[in-house]
Design a protein around this ligand. Structure first.
Ligand code: S3P
Length: 433
């Protein structure tokens, strides 16, 4: 599906982003791992999170829907191999499901599953979860030792101390989930802080959990004590509208009901540094990991932008929003640099290549580096055509580039947006009208 986004001269109003994708995946998985029913409110309606619901149903959980986004998951408990059927699980396009679910399955002795998905998922590395889960005692095999299909043979797990080679909330979460099933205390150390939604749910579910600097520790537990979870609005989805509000002339958007968790709002701090007007009380790094997700309002208004440099320690806190930093860089005076972001090469597509070729084709002066990109700013976006490459965030990037361009942008493959944000075009239209 191709869509043309023409330049606009108005973007104003109040806006509520869709529910958080990361937290929705975790809500469904932790709901399935609970023996008691878990009430979930504001669960994201998208392709990715539908794949997670389908997976937990296939694993024996029941889902009672009460209304849009409102459901009760009746799970099978943390250790119930009898209720869990063996077989193939289709994660579709979801990297998060692909990396988190094996943590649970690995700790089910007698169980055996194969995880596979769409064409893009076949190129997403899984060696990063194979290595720690094997060290814990589970049997895992992957195509070429690295890619799906991923075969998991459950076992009695033993605790490990694991240091992640790259910051990844998905891998950290996988090991923490397996840690709940392993004999002893499991620790995971990350090189940089990544999103901490799993840790917050562990605290909420009264799992023995500690955090010390960049190390998380979890101990074996019999049952989760989890009864309800509310999913805030997704800062990664809101980021597209916030970016648009920073570059469309005279724009101003008030984002409501957005998750303010400090491990997810790196992009909003970058936006502010670049000169956009951002009025918000973003969460500050808390001393102790809380058992809830803060929610609030963020007011964004257009202003002249200046270039910035995003360094490695900031990357995991804005990982999914870095394509938008490239777009903002085109409107900023000076050179905008992103470093230490080689992880972008293994997202839904190689997002360094996709962003550089995609925005380059729209007249932006941008170059790729091994671990990021450099944008020579001040030109804005001329216009043209961009291929989403089946990547939801590339599709939405093209749309935002289009409404702030000189001549309009055609996005090829706009349907990809539904992976995380089915209502994107409608929400954008409402703010333009
Ligand atoms: C996610 C973590 C990030 C992010 C992805 C969702 C999560 O991936 O890019 O969209 O829900 O934990 P990595 O952990 O691989 O960096």
């Amino acid at each position: 599906m191709n869509r043309r986004f023409l330049p606009v001269d108005r973007l104003r109003g109040n806006y509520t982003p869709p529910a958080d994708k990361s937290i929705s995946h975790r809500a469904a998985l932790f709901g399935a791992m609970s023996a008691d029913p878990v009430r979930i409110s504001n669960y994201l309606d998208s392709h990715d999170t539908a794949a997670t619901l389908a997976a937990v149903l296939a694993l024996g959980a029941a889902v009672d829907e009460h209304g849009p986004g409102d459901m009760t998951i009746r799970g099978v408990g943390l250790r119930t191999p009898a209720a869990v059927t063996n077989g193939t699980l289709d994660v579709q396009n979801s990297g998060t499901l692909l990396r988190l679910l094996p943590g649970w399955l690995a700790g089910q002795p007698g169980g055996e599953w194969t995880l596979t998905g769409d064409e893009s998922i076949q190129r997403r590395p899984v060696d990063r979860v194979v290595e720690p889960l094997r060290a814990m005692g589970a049997g895992l095999t992957a195509r070429d030792e690295r890619f799906p299909p991923l075969h998991v043979v459950g076992a009695e797990l033993r605790a490990i101390d694991y240091t992640l080679p790259v910051a990844s909330a998905q891998v950290k979460s996988c090991v923490l989930i397996a840690g709940m099933l392993a004999v002893g205390q499991t620790s995971v150390t990350e090189p940089e802080q990544s999103r901490d939604h799993t840790e917050r749910i562990l605290c909420r579910a009264r799992v023995p959990f500690e955090r010390d600097g960049l190390t998380s520790r979890v101990s074996e537990v019999d049952e989760l004590e989890l009864y309800d979870l509310h999913v805030p609005g997704d800062p990664s989805s809101a980021a597209f509208i916030a970016a648009a509000a920073s570059i469309v002339p005279d724009a101003r958007v008030v984002i409501q009901g957005m998750g303010l968790n400090w491990t997810r709002t790196g992009f909003f701090r970058i936006l502010e540094r670049m000169g956009a007007v951002v009025i918000a009380e973003l969460e500050k790094r808390p001393e102790v990991i809380p058992s809830h997700e803060p929610i609030g309002e963020v007011d964004v208004a257009q202003a002249p932008l200046v270039a910035t440099t995003v360094e490695a320690d900031e990357v995991p806190l804005a990982i999914d929003e870095l394509p938008l930093v490239a777009l903002l860089g085109a409107f900023a005076e000076g050179d905008t640099v992103v470093r230490g972001a080689q992880e972008l090469r293994v997202k839904e597509t190689d997002r360094i290549a996709a962003v550089v070729e995609g925005l380059g084709g729209l007249g932006v002066d941008i170059e790729a580096t091994d671990d990021g990109f450099v944008v020579h700013g001040g030109t804005g976006v001329e216009g043209g055509s961009i291929d989403a490459r089946g990547d939801h965030r590339m599709a939405m990037l093209g749309a935002v580039a289009g409404i702030a361009s000189q001549t309009g942008v055609e996005v090829r493959g706009m349907e990809a947006a539904a992976v995380s944000y089915p209502g994107f075009e409608a929400d954008l239209k409402a703010l333009i009208a």
